[in-house]
Design a protein around this ligand. Structure first.
Ligand SMILES: Cc1ncc(COP(=O)(O)O)c(C=O)c1O
Length: 493
């Protein structure tokens, strides 16, 4: 793919035009690396020539040449003869700052806080053993189960039914993780398949919370959605869904579907109260909006409360995505979608255009684990709760100016910084051996540099060392300020 070239003037619009405190190459370097870090200057972009940038920002060519050299040395630029200077990320933890999150691959001395995922459940290997002993029964067949193994579809349907949304196994489609489910849902709604073409007259707009799970931004945009950002409000107890504001957003533009994470929302940890679920469902139905509900985190309540009721109970037309990733192991790559009956055929057809089903052995493993679900979860949640409490104590002790509310569930703290320095913090954290993802990654349409997500899924010993490292990184991030040109940078995308 050919990289897109950014003009000198456009780059100047993002980083500002100075003044550039001396040495100018240093402050220019700080400004450019910062906008790469917070996602405003996307990875893969070709930078303007040194001469063009020099003209646009009123510095000498020698300065821009020196700056590009420094960025190259630090891994922010890849320069090849004939193809210019392409933005990339340093190969270090925390360098992963586009909208596609993948594990950072941190080494042992580094603490990876880029991913909300736990290590595998201790029950996993036993489940693989039992699944392996069941495999021979499947070998005489073709192995193709595009909608999933009946035994797993039954187990998932049964769990929905127990949680209050009566479900038949044929309403369940097994997918490659929850994200496979979301990708199928959005593609079916917006693009359809040969047998089920989309309604051309309907809107491509999808309402999405801000902040939200970064991969959702990439997946929905990749399927051709036009995203309409719906900011979660902030109250005394943290973030919440203001349904009156949602109603206004639905009045303003015709929305086809909405992607929501109502259960221990990633990254805020917010939980849509039971009392608001009926109202939300009714609102979406009134505006003919199809809810795509991501329930990946629904089982991770850390207070003593029942698992939230599926929104599908109140909104029968909703598509619900779920997964084994957060409760058993991300490496299983087994998820599902629960469908309203009228969408089963079109979703199944779209699924076949993407892949032909999930692996049989992993589905057997998932079915085994689902059987032991209620026995597995308590230890898992205890570990997560302890992690959360360690991290809260670390932040409160070492960074008292950071503002956090303790989430009732989920896998991360979403912390408000006293200054908009999240991108700078992610850069400075690398020096402290910490991999962080800056707030703007969670923003569907820019902003959120005043927030940082801190997962508490890392090992407890690592979480216990975090405070001093974070505090040192924060101090560095604040001291970068003087080197960043005055004037607020414009958000371009
Ligand atoms: C809200 C949300 N949805 C989906 C996923 C990914 O789920 P899966 O691994 O099942 O594709 C994550 C992982 O962090 C998540 O936080």
């Amino acid at each position: 793919m050919n990289p897109s070239t950014m003009s000198g003037n456009r780059l100047a619009g993002i980083i500002g035009t100075g003044p550039w405190p001396s040495p100018a190459y240093d402050s220019l370097h700080a400004a450019i690396s910062r906008v790469i870090a917070d996602g405003r200057l996307p990875v893969g972009t070709r930078l303007p020539s040194e001469r063009e940038l020099a003209t646009a920002i009123g510095l000498s060519r020698t300065t821009t040449t020196r700056t590009y050299g420094l960025l190259r040395e630090q891994g922010f630029l890849l320069t090849r003869r004939g193809s210019g200077s392409i933005v990339r990320l340093p190969n270090v933890p925390g360098g992963r700052i586009d909208h596609l999150l993948t594990p950072a691959g941190a080494d042992e001395s580094e603490i990876d806080l880029t991913c909300t995922a736990q290590v595998a459940s201790p029950w996993l290997l036993g489940a693989y053993d039992r699944a392996l002993s069941q495999l021979p029964a499947y070998l005489p067949g073709t192995g193709y189960y595009p909608s999933g193994l009946p035994v797993l579809r039954e187990a998932i349907a049964e769990r929905f039914t127990r949680r209050g949304a009566p479900t038949d196994p044929d309403q369940i489609l097994i997918t490659s993780g929850a994200f496979g489910a979301v990708a199928i849902a959005v593609r079916a709604l917006l693009q359809g398949s040969r047998a089920h073409p989309p309604d051309r007259s309907s809107s491509r707009r999808i309402l999405i919370e801000s902040p939200t799970y970064p991969n959702a931004i990439a997946t929905l945009e990749g399927a051709g959605a036009s995203l309409v950002s719906y900011p979660l409000e902030i109250g005394e107890d943290g973030h919440y869904w203001d349904l009156a504001a949602m109603e206004q957003a639905l009045h303003r533009s015709r929305i086809r579907a909405t992607y929501l994470i109502p259960d221990f929302h990633n990254p805020t940890g917010a939980l849509l109260p039971e009392s608001a679920r009926g109202e939300l469902a009714e609102l979406l139905q009134r505006h003919s909006v199809t809810p795509i509900i991501d329930e990946s985190i629904v089982e991770l309540g850390l207070e003593d409360a029942p698992t939230p009721t599926p929104l599908a109970k109140f909104a029968p037309n909703s598509i619900t995505a779920g997964s084994t990733s957060k409760i058993f192991w991300g490496g299983l790559r087994v998820g599902w979608m629960r469908l309203p009956r009228h969408l089963i055929d079109s979703m199944a057809a779209t699924r076949l255009s993407l892949d032909l089903g999930a692996p049989v052995l992993e589905q057997l493993v998932a079915a085994e684990l689902m059987r032991d679900h209620d026995a597995i979860l308590p230890d898992y949640l205890d570990k997560l709760r302890t992690g959360r409490d360690i991290l809260v104590a670390q932040v409160r002790t070492h960074l008292p100016s950071w503002d956090l509310s303790v989430p009732a569930g989920g896998m991360a703290l979403w912390v408000r910084l006293p200054e908009e320095r999240s991108g700078a913090l992610a850069i400075a954290a690398r020096e402290q051996g910490l991999a962080l993802v800056a707030g703007p990654n969670f923003a569907p349409s820019g902003g959120l540099d005043g927030w940082i997500r801190l997962p508490y899924t890392a090992a407890h010993e690592q979480l216990s060392q975090l405070g001093p490292r974070l505090a040192a990184a924060w101090e560095d991030a604040l001291s970068m300020e003087g080197r960043i040109p005055a004037g607020r940078a414009r958000i371009v995308a």
